[in-house]
Design a protein around this ligand. Structure first.
Ligand code: F1P
Length: 351
């Protein structure tokens, strides 16, 4: 029987098409709403995968919509609210949750509404759930709901929805041409790289996985760290690319796979880190838009996305690579990623 997680990984192009259609339906209304919020800082909130999504979403939202945006884990909202919402600013909070049932995210939503009187928007995969009920508005990626415990298509689809929201914040008209290309590009990434990733994942001499990304790719690096932990029960870390030199590289050796998400904006700095990692004896996987001579001559494995789209739009595409890699790593270790150890779809606490 085919793995449900793998089925959902391959359903991403269709789920993204549905997100784009949905945005075409709601963009006029959303534009008006976001116009009322000009001047408010956008705070993206979530737990686990949804928190890492918030990190990439905040980076993308600031860059595209030219507005202040930040990501915080749901728990910080009700434990350290004074650090998150100093009283001298305006806020608009986007609460992200596949299920809409995660207790910490519900607590955060209630705290924001009741104690801070700040407007809230739920970003989720179900049109009706607890979070939608608590929040003032909702955006729903309904074709991205999943049976699997591990979040794959829900992550990329909700991130795409955030990216579209950032575009809508600056113009009310139709979806950006580059975004329209993404579902076809996703099909080609999933088709082209499965075999090479499977071979790399089968190298059982590797026992430590490091993911490095700057800007919008930092949230992607964190989500990659989580994917390989959840699916393949493997040790993993995530850092900003240049941060890795500041101590963490002490651990790197020939059993380490360092995956670098190359950005167009930071290529030369990121190439230098790639070369350093090679000198340390680590194995390297470069995920880049186009292969430079340095990347080609240095990295052990290169995944060239060749999308023609800017960094902010490419984040969802590069995530597919690590989802596949994590799945194949689990298979190589004889682990069933559909039944991850200790985990369930939702973390529900006693209320
Ligand atoms: C978030 C989450 C997942 C994680 C786990 C439990 O859920 O923490 O990131 O993989 O299986 O749930 P949600 O709030 O997005 O539904």
């Amino acid at each position: 029987m085919q793995s449900q997680t793998l089925i959902e990984i391959f359903e991403q192009p269709a789920a993204w098409r549905a997100v784009i259609d949905y945005m075409n339906e709601v963009h006029g209304d959303l534009f008006k709403y976001l116009q009322q919020k000009v001047g408010s800082e956008v705070v993206f909130v979530g737990c686990g995968t949804s928190y890492y999504l918030a990190m990439s979403a905040a980076s993308i939202f600031s860059a595209i919509a030219n507005r202040k945006a930040r990501a915080v884990p749901s728990s910080d909202v009700f434990i350290f609210p004074e650090s998150i919402f100093p009283s001298n600013s305006d806020y608009f909070v986007v609460l992200i949750s596949r299920s809409g049932k995660t207790t910490e995210t519900k607590w955060a939503a209630r705290y924001i509404k009741e104690k801070m009187n700040i407007e809230t928007l739920a970003l989720t995969c179900y049109p009706a759930n607890d979070l939608v009920e608590i929040c003032d508005r909702a955006l729903v990626a309904k074709d991205a709901s999943e049976q699997s415990v591990v979040m794959t298509k829900s992550f990329t689809s909700m991130l795409l929805l955030c990216t579209l929201m950032a575009c809508v914040a600056v113009e009310s008209s139709v979806v950006h041409d580059d975004i329209l290309k993404l579902p076809d590009l996703a099909e080609s990434v999933l088709r082209s790289y499965s075999r090479v990733l499977q071979l790399l994942a089968e190298d059982l001499s590797l026992n430590n996985f490091v993911f490095l990304g700057q800007g919008p790719f930092y949230g992607i690096a964190c989500e990659s760290m989580l994917k390989i932990k959840e699916m393949a029960i493997s040790m993993s870390e995530a850092y900003h690319v240049l941060e890795y030199r500041h101590g963490p590289m002490a651990i790197a050796d020939e059993h380490t796979l360092v995956t670098l998400f190359f950005s167009n904006q930071g290529t030369s700095h990121e190439e230098a880190v790639l070369m350093d990692m090679k000198k340390l004896g680590a194995k390297t996987l470069a995920i880049c838009e186009t292969t430079t001579a340095t990347i080609f001559n240095t990295a052990d494995v290169v995944i060239e996305i060749n999308s023609g789209v800017p960094d902010a739009f490419r984040t969802v595409l590069v995530m597919l690579v690590v989802q596949l890699f994590s799945f194949y790593r689990a298979s190589a270790k004889g682990i069933n990623p559909d039944k991850p150890r200790h985990l369930s779809q939702v973390v529900m606490l006693k209320e």
